[in-house]
Design a protein around this ligand. Structure first.
Ligand code: EPZ
Length: 428
């Protein structure tokens, strides 16, 4: 397993290009199951989770051309062409689904196209139990018959029929699964309390590009008019707003002047508002954000609560927590989306952070000079927060189990090295 070795307290200066969004690429790939024609996805990031989805597709007989092991520095991403005309199973096996929960996104497309699906229950992960009950309720509302046996979700449906579905919890992949399934249902489906993330909007745009009829994506209410079949298309994956936010926070924490390019600043309003509140200068242009932090004065401590988009994203909570160790007072951070998303706290404490956790609230004391230490990544976004901590800590920080990081960040050490970080990956 690889480790990252970081020598801290170096300012960051220069440009860092954001890659395609993991959480847009995965549903975009699943949507290819809805047609027998080619789906070409451009600007696909080279990430472990995308590789896992490619492996799942190959196991199902779905052809994926163009996604070879590209060098991680190629931030322009790759084009993948997916064709499902020779798919030979409706099953997504446990050994692949358990490594990546987003595999559950094949459920809706499989049922819509073939009337059948057998997908392993994803199981929980480090940050929470991650149930899929809302996905199942959504498909049942469309007329599917669902049973859970031996850890698998078995779904059968003659022909899905449009329905009104009101999610009692906003769910990103739940909205995506039902929206994809509804494109081939008979009649109209209305999803209420739909997730509004940019990745929902980009998936809807792709589906419309394929011939679907969808209105309201990006709002609370999405309406899908079922059609008989969908056709191929070619689309670009949108920039990764969480990767962009991670580098904005890294630059704010380390100090210096960094331009985060190839991003969509309008997807980052909640973070940019918070950056202004803590006293970090962020200047937006068309597709970049210029982050400036001069001097060594402490930042202004600010509270934060994670909520569904367009509020502050849970996927940037751990990174923001590290930033608040550099505040001038105390910051109260509340995690409302997942029940166990503070696992980075124990590792940050090893670096001298003073953070108290009470249920889903973390109380972060500022004015902390972090100290380098050997620490361990526990989940994807926590590992990004540990990298940021290593960038600002005294001396050397060693981060193990960075396979978590590779799930969602394309070539992070190369990108950070290019803007002045002293960071290297070592094989152990
Ligand atoms: C998506 O996960 C993202 N993953 C997550 O990013 C992100 O953190 C999350 O949305 C929230 O924004 C992908 O898009 C692949 P949810 P998802 O369904 O869809 C509960 C990352 O780091 N819930 O929106 O799995 C659930 O427990 C990952 O890139 C149910 O109760 O999250 C949670 O409390 C981590 N029943 C809340 O809803 C369900 O059937 C929101 O979860 C589904 C969800």
């Amino acid at each position: 397993m690889d480790k990252l070795i970081i020598k801290g307290r170096r300012r960051l200066n220069g440009k860092v290009a954001v890659s395609g969004a993991k959480n847009a690429a995965l549903p975009a790939m699943a949507a290819a199951i809805l047609t027998s024609e080619d789906i070409r996805l451009n600007k696909v990031p080279h990430l472990a989770d995308v590789t896992t989805m490619v492996a799942l597709f190959e196991k199902m007989g779905i052809m994926t051309a163009g996604y070879t092991g590209i060098p991680a520095t190629q931030a322009s991403g790759k084009s993948i062409t997916i064709n499902t005309s020779r798919m030979n199973t409706y099953e997504a096996p446990y050994d692949l689904v358990r490594t990546m929960r987003a595999s559950v996104l094949v459920l809706g497309p499989l049922v819509a196209r073939y009337g059948r699906a057998r997908v392993s229950l994803p199981g929980g992960c480090a940050i929470g139990s991650r149930p899929v009950d809302l996905h199942i309720k959504g498909l049942e509302a469309l007329g599917a018959h669902v049973t859970i046996e031996h850890g698998y979700i078995n779904v059968a449906a003659q022909k899905l029929t449009g329905a009104k579905i009101a999610f009692d919890t906003t769910t990103v992949t739940g909205t995506e699964n039902v929206m994809m399934a509804a494109t081939l249902a008979r009649g109209t489906t209305v999803i209420e309390n739909a997730a509004k993330e940019p990745e929902i909007t980009s998936l809807a745009e792709q589906l419309v590009n394929m011939g679907a009829r969808i209105r309201g994506a990006g709002t609370d209410i999405v309406e899908i008019q079922g059609v008989d079949q969908l056709h191929g298309c070619s689309v670009d994956i949108i920039p990764d707003r969480i990767e962009a936010g991670t580098y904005i926070i890294a630059a704010a924490a380390a100090g210096g002047e960094v331009e985060v390019t190839n991003c969509n600043p309008s997807h980052l309003d909640a973070l940019l508002f918070k950056m202004n509140e803590v006293g970090v200068e962020c200047t937006e242009t068309g597709n970049s954000v210029l982050v400036r932090r001069k001097g060594d004065a402490w930042l202004k401590s600010a509270g934060m609560k994670t909520l569904p988009y367009p509020n502050f994203p849970t996927d940037l909570q751990a990174q923001f927590m590290v930033l608040m160790t550099q505040g001038d007072d105390t910051s109260v951070i509340t995690e409302t989306i997942f029940e166990n998303r503070f696992m980075h706290v124990a590792e940050l404490r090893r670096m001298g952070a003073d953070i108290k956790v009470e249920n889903n609230v973390a109380i972060v004391r500022g004015k902390t000079r972090l100290m380098g230490a050997p620490i361990m990544a526990t989940d994807l976004r926590a590992s990004a927060s540990l990298v940021i901590a290593g960038l600002i800590a005294d001396n050397v920080t060693e981060i193990s189990r960075i396979y978590h990081l590779d799930r969602g960040y394309e070539g992070m050490e190369e990108k950070l090295s290019k803007i002045g970080a002293q960071i290297e990956r070592v094989k152990v």
